[in-house]
Design a protein around this ligand. Structure first.
Ligand SMILES: Cc1cc2nc3c(=O)[nH]c(=O)nc-3n(C[C@H](O)[C@H](O)[C@H](O)COP(=O)(O)OP(=O)(O)OC[C@H]3O[C@@H](n4cnc5c(N)ncnc54)[C@H](O)[C@@H]3O)c2cc1C
Length: 463
């Protein structure tokens, strides 16, 4: 007889593993299936986020930022170092250790919360007698069954037509996180979060980085004022950013003598250009992943993008089948996946799990960091909302001066009549941490005056 569970979660990324743990905490007999393998072929739960996303990118950003500080900023503090060098292999090995610690942490949490973990690919077999049968294809093959299924199979990097990832010269986020030596010239297609973060890492380490972006506007989803400041700062740092380009062809030379990648494109004026680089990172978005899930066996509905169709509660078209995270609509962010995972587990338990899409924070971990929550000025104008804007520069903040980083500002947008905070936009030091206060304020429907009246420690970046 197959092993039977109350809840089976397919996918062990932030959406899946968090859903599994919450379901187990709520008293359900729960299993989580994840197929990610580490270099030794063992389990590596945590998904894109832990293995080739949030965590490793932040590890490399931290290492490269230390390198940049040692080279350019330590002297301001009276610290002389002599010539600073970077051991890229050691930096990458450190990143791998950080990833493994997170993989192991998730396995520990599964054990502690009594979640049964299956290492392998999960696919639907059939729906029978109120149960879903799911095949697990790993070292061995077995079929398990469950009343409730949560699909959390994530997303994959989108390929540029005619330029398949080889992870040697044309890199997805995966290859971009394991470049073995600093490339002399690096191309990045796509100036979104991933492109800017990866471009920043290798620029700090000495690569000449060119970013090609198809959209005419830089960081179109970001508040206009912040995007303008970001473009100014990144350009000042040496990132070459070309907007409004149209890529026509990407060619990889033969190995050895001419292994450069050549990108033929038209610039914003329509003039033909060529960019030759040693490595090319393609970061033009991600596509929902349902490969190998065998959705046809049970009739699970997908939309035209290949995402699993869900309602506002993450319910699919099938009874007791739910889907969360990157494989469904909404922002592709780890914390959004986690929130949905928790909410679904609670809904299965008959509780009122809730995700507030209006207060999901966004962060770009470049330097300066960029973080925001709520609506931008351009969105408020388009929505016809009467608002007031207040902006404070870090230049006028004592802690920022002491830190030696006075770039950027905090902008608060509030309703013109009620003063309720509608959006907070930060570019500058520790924006990723500061934004949490704005999220909290918006969750509690605070007014801008409420924030002003809260006692903040002095000196801190909250003035
Ligand atoms: C370079 C990079 C940096 C990022 N940085 C950030 C950041 O700083 N902050 C942030 O919020 N987001 C960031 N993201 C986005 C974030 O990683 C994703 O939004 C998040 O991982 C989505 O979680 P998920 O659980 O939906 O899917 P995933 O994390 O993709 O996990 C899905 C898991 O399911 C497994 N799987 C798939 N199909 C099957 C199957 N049939 N059987 C078994 N297992 C299966 C996969 O192997 C994987 O382990 C980043 C992404 C990238 C690429």
């Amino acid at each position: 007889m197959s092993k039977q569970f109350d809840v089976v979660v397919i996918g062990g990324g932030p959406g899946g593993y968090v859903a599994a743990i919450r379901a187990a905490q709520l008293g359900f007999n729960t299993a989580c299936i994840d197929e990610w393998k580490n270099a030794a072929g063992g389990p590596a739960p945590g998904g894109t986020c832990t293995n080739v996303g949030c965590i490793p990118s932040k590890a490399l950003l931290q290492s490269s930022e230390h390198f940049e500080h040692a080279n350019h900023h330590f002297a301001d503090h009276g610290i002389s170092t002599g010539k600073v060098s970077m051991d890229v292999a050691k930096m990458v090995a450190r990143k791998d250790t950080v990833v493994k610690q997170n993989n192991d942490g998730i396995l520990y949490l599964f054990k502690k919360n009594k979640v049964s973990f299956f290492h392998g690919r999960g696919s639907f077999v059939a729906a029978k007698d109120g149960l879903y049968e799911i095949k697990v294809a790993g070292a061995a093959e077995e079929v398990i069954s469950a009343k409730h299924v949560i699909v959390a199979t994530g997303s994959n990097a989108r390929q540029l037509p005619g330029a398949a990832f080889d992870e040697e010269n044309i890199l997805s986020n995966d290859g971009a996180l394991r470049i073995g030596a600093v490339p002399k010239k690096l191309g990045v297609i796509g100036s979104g979060v991933i492109g800017l973060e990866m471009g920043s890492v290798w620029r700090r380490l000495g690569a000449e980085v060119t970013v090609l972006e198809g959209m005419p506007a830089f960081l179109a989803a970001v508040d206009d004022g912040v995007a303008k400041e970001a473009l100014k700062q990144f350009t000042k740092q040496g990132l070459k950013i070309e907007l409004g380009v149209k890529i026509s062809e990407v060619k990889t030379g033969k190995k050895g003598k001419d292994s450069q990648v050549r990108v033929a494109y038209a610039n914003a004026k329509g003039e033909a250009q060529e960019l030759a680089v040693d490595k090319l990172i393609v970061s033009i978005g991600r596509v929902p992943n349902t490969i190998g899930l065998n959705v046809e066996a049970v009739g699970l509905a997908l939309d035209e993008r290949g995402a699993i169709v869900v309602d506002g509660d993450c319910k699919t078209n099938l009874p007791n089948v739910w889907a969360v995270g990157d494989v469904v609509r909404g922002p592709m962010l780890a914390h959004k996946a986690e929130e949905e995972g928790v909410a679904v587990a609670e809904r299965i338990a008959g509780q009122h799990g809730h995700v507030n899409f209006n207060t999901i924070p966004w962060v770009i971990y470049t330097s300066p960091e960029i973080a925001w929550v709520g609506r931008t000025e351009q969105q408020l104008k388009a929505d016809g909302v009467a608002y007031k804007a207040g902006q404070f520069p870090f230049l006028a903040n004592g802690r920022a001066r002491a830190l030696g980083d006075t770039t950027g500002f905090v902008k608060i947008l509030a309703d013109a009549k009620s003063d309720e905070i509608l959006g907070v936009h930060i570019i500058g030091p520790m924006a990723s941490e500061l934004i949490a206060e704005a999220v909290m304020a918006m969750e509690f429907k605070a007014s801008a005056e409420d924030i002003a009246r809260i006692c903040h420690a002095h000196p801190s970046l909250c003035p």
